[in-house]
Design a protein around this ligand. Structure first.
Ligand SMILES: Nc1ncnc2c1ncn2[C@@H]1O[C@H](COP(=O)(O)OP(=O)(O)OP(=O)(O)O)[C@@H](O)[C@H]1O
Length: 609
């Protein structure tokens, strides 16, 4: 485990990373930063010189016209440098945002493409929120680092010019100024790292607050919040978390306060020594007023440059830690093979056999296996149902078959080869799947069906919509297949009912035309007759194709060639519906109970089949 006070990369490595990113996104960003630093330092030097130079001219009694020309010259230089500074600052702004957006996009891409188990891993999720924080605003590390580096360069330019000016004074003075400032920097650095060392605590508060915010504002919670009076609960959790966060911030500020106090004492001592020396020099060697003014300003300015350099490096250190956290996220290890895996071509005309060889699976942190010692072969073209009560392990089994999870023991084989060998993205191309949670896009009907923006085959979209039984519904929409779905992005978007959405998902699965179909209870929200109708439709559409149907409503899947009845993570019974009914075991008992429920309690749908 790496030290939390240190990032995986140092300041220089992170600066190089940002330069590389900027070079690919906006080359102008670092260039404008350097020019801005030169303009700002130049302005400061001009401001330093204006008083002493004019005073010297007065002392030397130069003609009035020369004096006026000097004043005008300085005014012009200051005007140009200030204008140039403002122009460079504005010019770099958009570029800096573009670089940050590039990194944000990389985070999105990592999240969307990462190995599925990472998405269930709390450490990955925490790392993700740190990475998101570092790219979430203009003031955050990935954008603020440019300002910090510009400030450092400004201070270094100023430091060099002022050092040259002060070279006429005693070298010990320069040593004292640098030494006290450096000591302040070291103390500050120690205190400033407090925030980073306690980032997990801060991140936990942010996560919880963000969750409450999501629940409070998400439409899907709106009804429950009202019916169950969840508002009080939400407000309670929010208040308690805010209390924890406030306490955290108070501790952090206390740590920073100590750092600032030590720094203040050192600054006081440093300036005191410097000014005492200058005054002694004036009294003993009789410096001219213009020289006194120049050195006086140079000494105070010089300390400011040195402090500036060290303070900005301290700030850069914090920003570097944030950038390190971002890079660690982007480089988060992938347990699955992607580009380094063997390619696999999904051919709907080819036969595929899926085999689970003594497969067990245990969720990370769990004390027992969710699935244990499952051995199963799904033959090409076979329709297999996986049924069982809630929590039996059906979804977990589908996750293993679809390659979202790898077994903790045993192997999943496709045509006899361990699926871990393949590029996982290629393996996913083998499946068209519909899961319990729909992933409806805020996009047009056609884009939802084809899952792409360009190159949509509209004839195929209409065909799939027709097969899914949605033709009339889509024809009645204002823009047909171009009608946007959902109202979060589009004002004129349409809201589809549960059944219509289900059919749209069916059309999407048909459009994908993959060799294996997996349905994980996508019909849970539908009534049994609608569920049966949908399952039969899927069955018909995917005729001859290997298919998996998961349901806890046993009647929905009795058309399948084989039914696996899952209990406590094991295949308790297996066979056709008729064979299982004849056996009179747990499946038959559950089927009777469910049939009775639908006949007596829920309605007459099951009896009607
Ligand atoms: N991400 C997870 N981490 C830990 N345990 C999990 C996770 N997902 C599921 N489980 C556990 O695994 C067991 C099986 O869950 P699974 O979702 O596979 O069952 P299921 O048969 O599909 O249930 P349902 O019919 O309710 O969807 C449950 O006890 C569940 O709590």
């Amino acid at each position: 485990m790496k030290n939390q006070n240190k990032g995986a990369y140092n300041i220089w490595q992170n600066t190089a990373f940002m330069l590389k990113t900027a070079w690919k996104t906006r080359k102008s960003v670092p260039v404008l930063g350097v020019l801005l630093a030169a303009a700002t330092a130049g302005q400061s030097v001009a401001e330093l010189l204006v008083g002493p130079v004019l005073l010297m001219e007065v002392e030397e009694k130069v003609p009035l016209t020369s004096l006026i020309l000097s004043i005008l010259g300085f005014t012009l230089i200051l005007f140009i440098l200030a204008g140039l500074g403002a122009w460079l600052k504005d010019g770099g702004f958009i570029g800096r945002i573009a670089v940050r957006m590039n990194l944000l996009r990389q985070i999105d891409s990592k999240v969307a493409g990462t190995s599925y188990p990472n998405t269930l891993d709390t450490k990955f999720i925490n790392s993700q929120s740190k990475a998101l924080k570092s790219t979430s605003a203009n003031r955050e590390a990935t954008e603020a680092i440019w300002t910090t580096w510009t400030d450092i360069l400004t201070n270094i330019f100023g430091f060099i010019v002022y050092l040259t000016l002060l070279s006429g004074l005693h070298p010990l003075l320069t040593v004292v100024v640098i030494a006290t400032t450096a000591a302040g920097y070291c103390v500050n650095k120690r205190f400033n790292s407090w925030g980073y060392r306690h980032r997990e605590e801060e991140s936990a508060c942010h996560e919880r607050l963000a969750y409450i915010h999501r629940v409070s504002t998400r439409r899907s919670y709106a009804k429950d919040i009202r019916v169950f009076g969840l508002r009080d609960w939400l407000e309670d959790v929010w208040d308690k978390t805010m209390g924890l966060y406030r306490a955290f911030v108070a501790r952090r500020e206390a740590a920073y306060l100590w750092g600032n106090a030590v720094d203040l004492v050192l600054t006081f001592a440093r300036n005191g020594i410097a000014y005492a020396y200058l005054i002694t020099l004036t009294l003993t060697q009789g410096l001219a007023a213009s020289e006194f003014l120049l050195y006086f300003n140079a000494v105070s300015g010089f300390t400011q440059w040195v402090t500036g350099i060290l303070e900005k490096f301290s700030q850069l250190h914090l920003q570097s830690l944030d950038i390190s956290a971002l890079r660690e996220f982007l480089e988060w290890p992938e347990p699955f093979k992607f580009d380094d895996g063997e390619p696999l071509e999904a051919d709907p005309e080819k036969s595929y056999e899926l085999c689970l060889d003594d497969v067990s699976y245990r969720y990370p942190g769990s004390e027992k296996d969710t699935l244990s010692h499952i051995s199963l072969t799904i033959h090409p073209g076979e329709k297999v149902a996986i049924v069982g009560l809630n929590g039996a392990g059906k979804t977990t089994l589908v996750r293993l078959i679809c390659g979202f999870l790898d077994p903790t023991q045993g192997q999943v084989l496709l045509n006899g080869r361990d699926i871990r060998k393949y590029d996982r993205r290629d393996y996913y191309r083998m499946f068209c799947a519909v899961f319990q949670d729909f992933s409806l896009l805020e996009a047009s009907v056609a884009q939802n069906v084809a899952q792409r923006v360009d190159g949509i085959n509209t004839d195929k979209v209409w065909k799939c919509i027709d097969q899914a039984g949605l033709t009339q519904v889509v024809r009645d929409l204002p823009l047909g297949i171009d009608t946007p779905v959902g109202r979060q992005v589009f004002e004129n978007g349409v809201e589809l009912s549960g059944g219509q959405t289900q059919r749209l998902m069916l059309a999407r699965a048909l459009y994908k035309d993959a060799p294996i179909l997996a349905l994980d209870e996508p019909t849970a929200a539908l009534d049994p007759i609608a569920e049966n109708d949908i399952y039969m439709k899927y069955s018909k559409m995917t005729h001859g194709r290997t298919s998996l149907f998961i349901s806890h409503r046993l009647a929905s899947t009795r058309f399948c060639h084989r039914i696996l009845f899952l209990e406590h993570g094991k295949i308790a019974e297996e066979g056709s519906h008729e064979a299982l009914m004849d056996a009179g075991g747990a499946y038959a008992r559950l089927f009777e109970i469910q049939s009775r429920y639908y006949q007596e309690g829920g309605g007459t749908h099951e009896s009607g089949k």
